[in-house]
Design a protein around this ligand. Structure first.
Ligand code: NAP
Length: 264
């Protein structure tokens, strides 16, 4: 499981990352687009952890596609994070508005730069985010290194079956972003009923469901109690019936953003 940092800003980003590491998280997810890489880096430094014990992910921003911008912006990310390598580097979106006319070519160039970053050991793994099979197939035409990860929106009731099947068939690890529906899962009465039966919180059940699907959930929190609570998910197992019920939970599906029409 990783720790999310989207919408964690300033001192909150620093303190939440420090708290998470002290609570045992070892995987931190940030992005150029979150404008918090420096604060995330400061939180890592404040925790006192050895760099080698940590897994850091960042993502190439929508405005930085293309060979040169990828290379330049990545160096800035390393400097802001205060490290000389990341464990995982992702293309954040396949089809940002700035490159809509030539998204496939822009992804191919971005990927080429990321392959060189990977070969130089400055990213230990490379992957994508918000890519659907159409984008992954297009990338495969020019890639010499296959993407290792696809980070997509996966949460109770949101299974994105086409992308999940494609990734599972092609040995691409799925990371589950917004595993709590950016907070909206807490409105679900059905989740509450299931959680009560296991004597667990809604959050813990949602994260457990994600893990049992083989996803890698990335919950975000700036609340120390929530950060700790979200780690306490390894002492219970959801049964098949409840897994199937959570697959169909209503309320989050309309939060899926279409990567080909987003306005950013
Ligand atoms: N690649 C992408 O395009 C993309 C897109 C979205 C997200 N992500 C990644 O995925 C991470 C998580 O997604 P997300 O930020 O959308 O949100 P999320 O993790 O689905 O939900 C976070 C929300 O849930 C609340 N929360 C967390 N734990 C809780 C608990 N135990 N009890 C009650 N409330 C709790 C948080 O509030 P408090 O802070 O008050 O606890 C916050 O409002 C992001 O931070 C980011 O790293 C990636």
């Amino acid at each position: 499981m990783g720790f999310g940092t989207w919408q964690s800003e300033g001192p909150d980003a620093k303190s939440s990352v420090e708290t998470a590491i002290n609570d045992g998280y070892r995987h931190i997810d940030t992005a150029q687009g979150y404008h918090n890489e420096a604060e995330v880096g400061a939180g890592i430094t404040a925790s006192g952890i050895n760099r080698d014990d940590l897994f850091i992910t960042t993502k190439i921003d929508n405005n930085n596609h293309g060979y040169e911008l990828t290379k330049e912006s990545f160096e800035q990310s390393l400097s802001d994070l205060g490290t000389d390598y990341v464990n995982l580097l992702l293309i954040h979106w396949p089809n940002p508005i700035k490159f809509r006319e030539n998204w496939a070519e822009a992804n191919a160039e971005t990927w080429h730069a990321m392959e060189e970053i990977y070969q130089a050991g400055k990213a230990k793994a490379i992957g994508v985010s918000n890519f659907r099979p159409k984008h992954l197939k297009e990338l495969a035409k020019t890639a010499s290194v296959a993407p290792m990860v696809d980070q997509i929106f996966l949460a109770p009731g949101v299974l994105q079956p086409e992308t999940v099947s494609y990734c599972q068939e092609n040995n691409i690890q799925l990371e589950a972003y917004s595993p709590l529906g950016t907070g909206d899962i807490f409105k679900s009465r059905d989740m509450s009923t299931i959680a009560q039966r296991y004597h667990k919180s809604i959050s813990q059940v949602a994260l457990r469901w994600s893990l049992q699907h083989g996803f890698l959930p990335l919950p975000k929190s700036t609340n120390p109690q929530h950060i700790q609570e979200n780690t306490d998910i390894f002492d219970f197992e959801l049964n098949k019936e409840d897994m199937a019920k959570i697959d169909k939970i209503k309320g989050l599906k309309d939060k899926i953003a279409d990567p080909d029409t987003v306005e950013f």
